[in-house]
Design a protein around this ligand. Structure first.
Ligand code: PFF
Length: 447
């Protein structure tokens, strides 16, 4: 590739963009919902362990693959092998990763369209436009299609602008805003009656639940999804990262930011559930299970906001705006990977690639919307529960089994010259080579 490749213009830009990819609906909706379903504190504890023992080491692996070749994911994986067979294997894994990523974007855009609707609904309601409010708040083919398309256009617009003018600029604007909004909202909710009950559930683990198989499986899946691992998005961002950056440290910052946002979202949502309960909203069914668990944020929270009068309207708009921001910084990373790959591998312009892939993903999204009951859950499960851990495992295998050790060391030495003499170098390669695949397979067969 002879052209000069664009990249992130600063370290902060990279960290915010990568954290932007990681922080998304998975943190603000997925994590608190899973925590509420799986014993609160127990889930939080196991999740933190999963991030440290599995997700973080795999994140370093994925970023390393990208930074090593400074190319798109397919080329990066191809470059790891020395024989033809291994290079072809790399290409197949790369194409699989990009395909799964595009499928994730296809359902993510539908969810994000709902977020957009729920952000607009309190405004249209305050304006007295009841028909429009009704349309926005209720599940319908037209609402799902139109809002998905609007969200896809937003994503395409940012990706179209390129890496530093689009992705980096928007991540730098949106991520700090997200933090501020989240802290302000959690702070407000914690002062409301009922909040302490939720806080206790969230922070005090029930140790009898910690080793439950279903909890372990959910926590692993959540950690992979939340850190965007196994689908080439962060591999591509790694390829935009400057050679002067220390990879383990940068990865730690990204993982730390992502986990902090999930933790903060838990501080908001779990107390909010009990505030809603104190306001007369039913959150638990008679058998003790969570009411409408998957759509928790679309049922319980709006009900709570509604019961709060004027400030509820502001909170509702703020909350869904927050989710939308998080979703957008994730979706741009999902679109950027296939766009960059098409651009570099075929020479097709960025502009064309954005339109081509954006339209293709929107068409798949539309198909999922038309056959929602059969396809939605299937696509979510196939991509996030099965494909993500499996592909992450294959990335790890390519990096530690296929790539020569001296090249791996060189890759890590860039940005951290003395890494050879650190504990990290003594442990991490064998850990990713043997322990991570074993752990993933173990949990995988469990499920
Ligand atoms: N990590 C994002 C979230 O938690 O919502 C989802 C995601 C983004 C998954 C990017 C995969 C990806 F490549």
């Amino acid at each position: 590739m002879s052209h000069i490749r664009p990249g992130f213009s600063s370290r902060l830009g990279f960290i915010l963009a990568a954290a932007g990819s990681a922080v998304g609906v998975g943190n603000i909706w997925g994590f608190p919902t899973q925590a509420a379903q799986n014993g609160g504190g127990a889930f939080l504890l196991v999740y933190l362990v999963m991030v440290v023992v599995l997700a973080y080491p795999m994140l370093i692996a994925e970023l390393t693959i990208g930074r090593l070749s400074q190319k798109n994911p397919v080329a990066s994986l191809r470059a790891l092998g020395e024989t033809r067979l291994m290079q072809r294997t790399g290409v197949v894994i790369g194409v699989a990763g990009i395909t799964v990523l595009s499928l994730i974007l296809s359902f993510y855009a539908i969810l994000s369209g709902w977020l957009l609707s729920f952000m607009l609904a309190p405004i249209t309601q305050a304006l007295g436009w009841s028909q429009l409010t009704h349309w926005l708040e209720n599940f319908s083919l037209s609402r799902n299609l139109i809002m998905m398309a609007v969200f896809m256009l937003l994503t395409m617009h940012v990706v179209y602008r390129g890496v530093s003018a689009g992705i980096e600029r928007w991540s730098k604007r949106l991520m700090p805003l997200l933090f501020v909004l989240l802290i302000a909202m959690a702070g407000y909710i914690l002062t409301q009656p009922g909040a302490m009950q939720g806080l206790k559930l969230y922070l005090i683990p029930d140790f009898s639940q910690v080793l439950q198989p279903s909890l372990l499986v959910s926590a692993m899946g959540q950690a992979f999804f939340s850190l965007s691992i196994g689908v080439c998005a962060l591999m591509l961002y790694g390829s935009y990262l400057s050679p002067q950056e220390n990879l383990p440290r940068t990865a730690a910052m990204v993982a730390g930011l992502d986990t902090s946002v999930a933790f903060l979202a838990g501080l908001l949502i779990l107390p909010a559930m009990f505030v809603a309960q104190a306001n007369g909203v039913t959150i638990y069914q008679a058998d003790g299970s969570l009411q409408s668990s998957d759509t928790l944020v679309f049922t319980v929270l709006p009900a709570m906001f509604n019961s709060m009068g004027q400030s509820g309207v502001l909170l509702a708009v703020g909350f869904f705006a927050l989710m939308l921001i998080a979703a957008l910084t994730s979706s741009i990373s999902m679109l950027e990977a296939p766009v960059n790959t098409l651009n570099e591998e075929t020479g097709c312009s960025r502009h064309k690639a954005v339109w081509l892939i954006g339209s293709l993903v929107s068409m798949v999204s539309a198909l999922v919307i038309y056959h929602f009951d059969t396809l939605f859950g299937l696509v979510v499960k196939a991509t996030t529960v099965y494909a993500q851990p499996l592909l992450a495992l294959l990335f790890g295998v390519m990096l530690t089994w296929v790539l020569r050790q001296n090249r791996l060391l060189k890759a890590l030495q860039s940005g951290s010259e003395n890494i050879e003499h650190t504990w990290f170098w003594r442990i991490w390669p064998s850990y990713v080579k043997f322990v991570c695949p074993l752990l993933i397979l173990l949990v995988f067969f469990y499920q």
